[in-house]
Write a protein that binds this ligand. Structure first.
Ligand SMILES: Nc1nc2c(c(=O)[nH]1)N[C@H]1C(S)=C(S)[C@@H](COP(=O)(O)O)O[C@H]1N2
Ligand SMILES: [Mo]
Length: 192
């Protein structure tokens, strides 16, 4: 069998088996379901670390809010119904939160976003209306989202876990840069 035929057959087999498995393509699947590590960092030292599987996260009390975001170039995405775990509830699994804790959320592509204490309490986000006019912010809730519009999050949308900044009422747009995709590590930073 010549090389070209062998490659074609291998490709065909991959396509067929992916079809049966319902997968989209290769490397993406490695990210689903994925583990999530929660760490406490005091004065720069990791003092506690907990690892959660996908189903562990889904077993925690869930919250659903309204999410809508805008990218740096002004492209809006959403509005979405965002379901997941409140980030504040998740980090409280490391113990009672401190008033000055900041929460660092990162992903395997090296992207990281830091939520300051007031943002963990739902304040001090920049918000816009549907016309991208800045509006005073209602109370917001940071969610570690695993379901978007009632369906499991898709890889391109940040599966298995993505940060969503949500409100109770729809139509509140937040900055897309905080919506970290493919979240695999969350660190609580505290000064001792
Ligand atoms: N892991 C990860 N998350 C990320 C980013 C990134 O580069 N890596 N970009 C952020 C920025 S700057 C924006 S505007 C949105 C873009 O979301 P989209 O890719 O769904 O359009 O994702 C945010 N989340
Ligand atoms: Mo962005």
């Amino acid at each position: 069998m010549n090389l070209r035929l062998a490659v074609s057959l291998a490709l065909l087999f991959t396509v067929i088996s992916c079809g049966f498995a319902g997968c989209v393509s290769g490397p993406e699947d490695a990210a689903i379901p994925g583990n999530l590590t929660l760490a406490m960092v005091v004065n720069g030292n990791v003092t506690d670390e907990k690892v959660f599987g996908y189903t562990d996260i889904l077993a925690l009390p869930s919250y659903t809010g309204q999410g809508y975001a805008v990218s740096t170039v002004g492209i809006k995405y959403g509005p979405y119904v965002c379901t997941g775990v409140k980030l504040a509830n998740l980090v409280s699994l490391l113990g009672a939160p401190g008033p000055d804790d900041s929460v660092w959320v990162s992903a395997p592509d090296g992207y990281m976003w830091v939520f300051e204490p007031d943002q963990m309490a739902g304040r001090n986000f920049i918000t816009f209306d549907d016309n991208l006019i800045e509006i005073p912010s209602p109370p917001l809730t940071i969610v570690l989202m695993y379901e978007q519009d009632g369906k499991p999050l898709a890889y391109n949308d940040g599966a298995p876990f993505r940060i969503a900044i949500t409100s109770e009422e729809p139509g509140v747009i937040t900055e897309g840069s905080a919506w970290v995709k493919w979240v695999d590590r969350i660190e609580v930073h505290r000064k001792g």
